[in-house]
Design a protein around this ligand. Sequence first.
Ligand code: ZN
Ligand code: ZN
Length: 598
Amino acid sequence: MGYMDNEHLNNLRHSCAHLLAKAVLELYPEAHNAIGPSIENGFYQDFDLGETKISENDLPKIEKKMLEILPTWKHFEFKEITIEAAREVFKHNPYKVELAEEFAAGGNKLTTNNPGNFLDLCKMGHVENPSKELQHFKLLSIAGAYWRGSEKNQMLTRIYGTCWPSKEELKKYLIMLEEAKRRDHKKLGPELDLFTFSDLIGSGLPLWTPKGTILRNLLDDFVWQLRKIRGYDQVDIPHVTKKDLYEKSGHWDKFKDELYKIQTREGHLLAMKPMNCPHHAQIYARKQWSYRELPQRYANTTKVYRDEQSGELAGISRVISITQDDAHVFCRISQAKDELQKIWEIVHEFYGSFGMKLRLRLSLRDPDKPEKYLGDKENWDKAETILKETAKSNKTAYVEAQGEAAFYAPKLDFIATDSMGREWQVATIQLDISMPESFDLTCINEKGEKERIVMIHAAIMGSVERFLSVLIEHYAGAFPVWLSPVQAIILSISDKQNEYAEKILKELKDNNIRAEMNSDNETLSKKIRSAEMQKIPYLLIVGDKEVAAEAVAVRQRGKTTEREQGGTEISKPNVGDLRQVKIEEFIKKMSKEITSKE
Ligand SMILES: [Zn+2]
Ligand SMILES: [Zn+2]
C-alpha cells in the first residue's frame, strides 16, 4: 500500500506535525505555524520564524520540547467556530487566517482542534490518543519553502520529520534512511561520472557525460527493442510549437503559466513543448487513415520542458529538461484492449529485468469535479472500464485513486518497489478519448464512415532522468554488466605488462565490451580500489604469469563481501587467489552475460 492509502499513518503523522508546531511556538514565541500535512513516510510543518534563523542543530532541542509537551496531549478536541471567531483566535497568524477565510468561502465548516491547550486549525485526520501514539518520532531536516508554493510569497521554514506506530518501525526506517543517503543519486551520479550541472546553464538542467549517456542510450534501446517487436515505429518532432497547438488541445488553458514561451523576431509566440502528445497527434493527422492501417504506433524519446520552481528541483529526480521515452498509439476503440495489453507486457518485462516488483493504481476522475476534465462522461466511463478490464484480465489487483487522472484521460499507474523497499511511481498508460476529439482524429471504418479513434499514451520509463535517479539508488551505482558504462578494466601490475594490456583492451573493444585500462604508475591495490569505487563489474589483472599464459586474472565486483558492493569496505587484493581465465573464454562469458541482461 502507498502512504496515501493508510489513513492511520496519515493521521499519526499529521498529528505529530501539530505537536511540532506547538513545540516550535513555545521555543520561539514570535513564530507562526502555517500548514503541517502528512507526506510519504512522515510529515512537515511550515513556520514563519520572523527574524529567527534555525538550523538542523536546533532539531534535538525541538524534539526534546515535543517530548516534554506530549504527556499533556490526551486527545484532540474539536470545536466548530465561525469565521469571525477564527479571525480573532488566529489574528496574529496571517497564514491561518488566510486558510480559514478560504475554507469558509468554500462553504466548509471551520473546526479548531485543541490538544493540550494548543489551538490549531486544519482539515486533516488525527489520532485518538496522542500522548500514547505519538511517541516514536524523529525530526529529520530543514528546508525553505514558499507559502503556498509560490515564489511571490513569503519564504517559510519547513521542518521535516517522521513518526511511526512503534519504536521498531521508527528504527527500521531510520536505518533505511541512512542507507538511502549512502545511495543518494545526487552523490553517486557525479562520483560515478554520470551527469553534472553547470552554474552557467542552471539548476534542473543536467548535462550527461559520456558514461551517463551510455546508460541512457542502453535503457532507451531496451525499451525500443520491446516496442519494435510489437509494431511500433519511431518518429521525431521539434521542441517548440505555435501556441495554436495547445489552444486546440486544451493545454493552453490549463498550463499556459507553466510553459516556457519564446517570442520570435516577428512577434509570434511559440512555446517549448511540455509534452509530446499534441505533436504526435499532428503526425497522425497528416492523412486520412483507413481502419485497415490502424493501429499507428509512434515511439519517440525526446525532451520536454517544464518551468519548475527552483526549490522543487532535486538532482535528476526533478528537472526542467525531462527526457521522455514517449509513445502514442492511435487506434480504434475496439483495438484499445489489445494495445493496452502489449504495453502492459513491455512494462512488466522492462521493470522485471531490474528485479522491481510492480503495484498498480488506477487513476480516475474526481467525480465531484467534472469541470476539471476534457470530454464527456460517457467516454470517460468507457475508458475507465477498458482500463479496469486490462487489470482484471491480467489478474492484477489495483487501488483506485479518485481525482488522480490526467485532465484528458484516466491512467494505469505502475508503482515499482526498489531494492530498499521504497515505492516509486514509474510507467503510466493513459487511454485518451478526449484528445482525438480535440484534434478530430478519425479513421474510415468498414462502412466507409468516419469513426473517432482513441489515443493511448504509453511512456515506459516516463522521465528517463527520474527513472535513472531511481535506478542508481536501486543498484547503489553497481549496475548489472549489460548496463555498466565500463564493463571491464584492465589493471597491469607494472609497466612491463602494458603492451599485453593494450592488446587485450583492443580485443575486448573489438568484441563490443566497454573496457578501459589503467596503466597509471600506481600500486595495484590503489588501482583496484579506484576501479571498485567506480563499481566496474570486472577487474582484469595482468602480471607476468598472465602474459605468459595469454590470460587475465579476473576479480568480480561484489564477490568478496556483501558490503564491498556499496564501496564502503574494500577487501585486500589478493591477486594470487584470483581465477586465471583465457581471454577468449572471458569474452565468451561476458558476451553471454550482456545479451541475457543478467
Ligand atoms: Zn490537524
Ligand atoms: Zn501523451
